[in-house]
Design a protein around this ligand. Structure first.
Ligand code: NAP
Length: 333
C-alpha cells in the first residue's frame, strides 16, 4: 500500500446557503475508516442536484459535511471486516455511491462499491452511479418500461433525462422528450428521442396528445418537480404511471390524491437509495448498468469537467439550466 498523506483537499459545507458556503479545505483530515469500509483515492466525482439540496437544507444533513454523492477512483485500503465475497482488493478501479466524494479520498461502505470492468472508463464510472443508477431503477423498479410503450421524459437533454432516453429506447419504447432550447433538442435527438418538444415554443400537453392520438403516455418520467407536475399528470394515460423523481424547479408542494382517480394513474416518488439499500439490489442494478455502459448501449454524455476549486461554479451551472449531460470534478487536477 502507498503511504497515505496526513491530510487532503476536500470540499465541505458547515452551514446552509447558496454556493458561496462551499469551502475547499486543503488540510482536511483523511477520512476515518470503519472496518466494513474501503478507502478510495478519488479521481472523478459527479455533481448532482442532491449536493445542492444538502447545501440549501432542502434535504436534512448533519453539518459539517464533506460534499459529493458519487465518484470513481482506486481502492487504497480495505477494512478488516469487508466480506471477501465482495471481491474488493487494493488497486481495484471502482465506482462508489457514498457521501463525501468531492475530496482526494473517501471512505465508502464496501457494500456501495463496484469494481469497474475494463470496458467502463473511470470518468464513466463516476458519471453513472447516481444519475445512471437512478435512471435504470426508474425504468426497472418504478415503472417497468416495455416494448411498444410511449414514454414522456422531461428534461431529455439532462444528466438523468439523457440516460432515461437511451434506456427507454433500448427497452423498445417510443420516446417523447422535452427541452428548453434548440441546442438541447439536438442532444435529446442524439440520445434517441423519437419526438422532441421545445416547451418554450409549444404546449407540451397538446403535442403529447397529438403524438399519442389523445391517449397520453404509458409513463411520464419527470425530475422537474413543481413546474411540470400538472402537465406530467395530464400527459399520463388512463392506468399509466407518473414517476416524479426530482425537484429541479422546486419540490411539488400541493397535490390532491383524488386527482389520480380521474385516470387511475399510479404515482411514484422514488429515491435511488431506497431501491438499492440491500447489497444484492445494489449489485444487480449496478452490474446491469455497467453492462449497458460497457457495451455502448448507454453512453453517458460528459457535459463538463471542473476542478476541485470549481464545485460552486459546477453546482450553479447545473441549477441554472446551462448544462446537458453529466458534470464531473476532476479531483487530480
Ligand atoms: N430521486 C432520485 O433518487 C434522484 C436521483 C438523481 C436525480 N434526481 C433528480 O432529478 C432531477 C434532474 O437531475 P439531473 O442531475 O439529471 O439534472 P439535469 O436534468 O441535468 O438538469 C436539470 C434540467 O431540468 C430542466 N429544468 C426545467 N425547469 C428547471 C428549473 N426551474 N430549474 C432548473 N432546471 C430546470 C433543465 O432542462 P431544460 O433546460 O431542458 O428545461 C435542466 O437542465 C433533479 O431534480 C434531481 O434532484 C433524483
Amino acid at each position: 500500500m502507498d503511504t497515505l498523506p496526513q491530510s487532503m483537499k476536500a470540499v465541505v459545507i458547515d452551514k446552509h446557503g447558496d454556493s458561496s458556503v462551499l469551502r475547499l479545505e486543503t488540510q482536511h483530515p483523511l477520512p476515518v475508516m470503519n472496518e466494513t469500509d474501503v478507502l478510495v483515492k478519488v479521481h472523478y466525482a459527479g455533481i448532482n442536484f442532491v449536493d445542492t439540496y444538502q447545501r440549501s437544507g432542502l434535504y436534512p444533513v448533519k453539518l459539517p459535511l464533506q460534499v459529493g454523492r458519487e465518484g470513481a477512483g482506486t481502492i487504497v485500503d480495505i477494512g478488516s471486516n469487508v466480506p471477501p465475497s465482495y471481491g474488493l482488493q487494493v488497486g481495484n478501479r471502482v465506482a462508489v455511491f457514498t457521501q463525501g466524494t468531492t475530496a482526494e479520498y473517501v471512505s465508502a461502505p464496501a457494500e456501495s462499491v463496484m469494481v469497474l470492468p475494463r470496458s467502463v472508463s473511470t470518468e464513466q464510472g463516476a458519471a453513472i452511479m447516481l444519475q445512471g443508477l437512478t435512471a435504470w431503477t426508474i425504468v426497472q423498479d418504478a415503472h417497468k418500461v416495455e416494448q411498444g410503450q410511449t414514454i414522456l421524459i422531461q428534461a431529455a437533454a439532462g444528466g438523468t433525462g439523457g440516460m432515461l432516453v437511451q434506456m427507454c429506447k433500448h427497452l423498445g419504447a417510443t420516446v417523447i422528450g422535452t427541452v428548453s432550447t434548440p441546442k438541447k433538442a439536438e442532444t435529446a435527438r442524439k440520445h434517441g428521442c423519437d419526438h422532441v418538444i421545445l416547451y418554450k415554443d409549444n404546449d407540451v400537453q397538446e403535442e403529447v396528445m397529438r403524438i399519442t392520438s389523445t391517449k397520453g403516455c404509458h409513463a411520464v418520467l419527470s425530475g422537474v418537480g413543481e413546474a411540470t407536475f400538472a402537465e406530467d399528470l395530464a400527459c399520463t394515460r388512463r392506468k399509466g404511471t407518473l414517476v416524479s423523481y426530482g425537484n429541479s424547479s422546486g419540490a411539488v408542494s400541493s397535490f390532491r390524491v383524488l386527482d389520480l382517480s380521474k385516470k387511475n394513474v399510479k404515482l411514484v416518488r422514488p429515491t435511488l437509495a431506497n431501491y438499492i439499500m440491500e447489497r444484492d439490489e445494489f449489485v444487480l442494478r449496478s452490474q446491469q448498468l455497467l453492462d449497458l455502459v460497457g457495451s455502448g448501449v448507454v453512453r453517458p454524455e460528459l457535459g463538463g469537467e471542473y476542478r476541485l476549486g470549481e464545485v460552486a461554479q459546477a453546482q450553479d451551472d447545473l441549477t441554472t439550466q446551462k448544462t446537458t449531460g453529466k458534470l464531473l470534478i476532476n479531483i487530480q487536477t
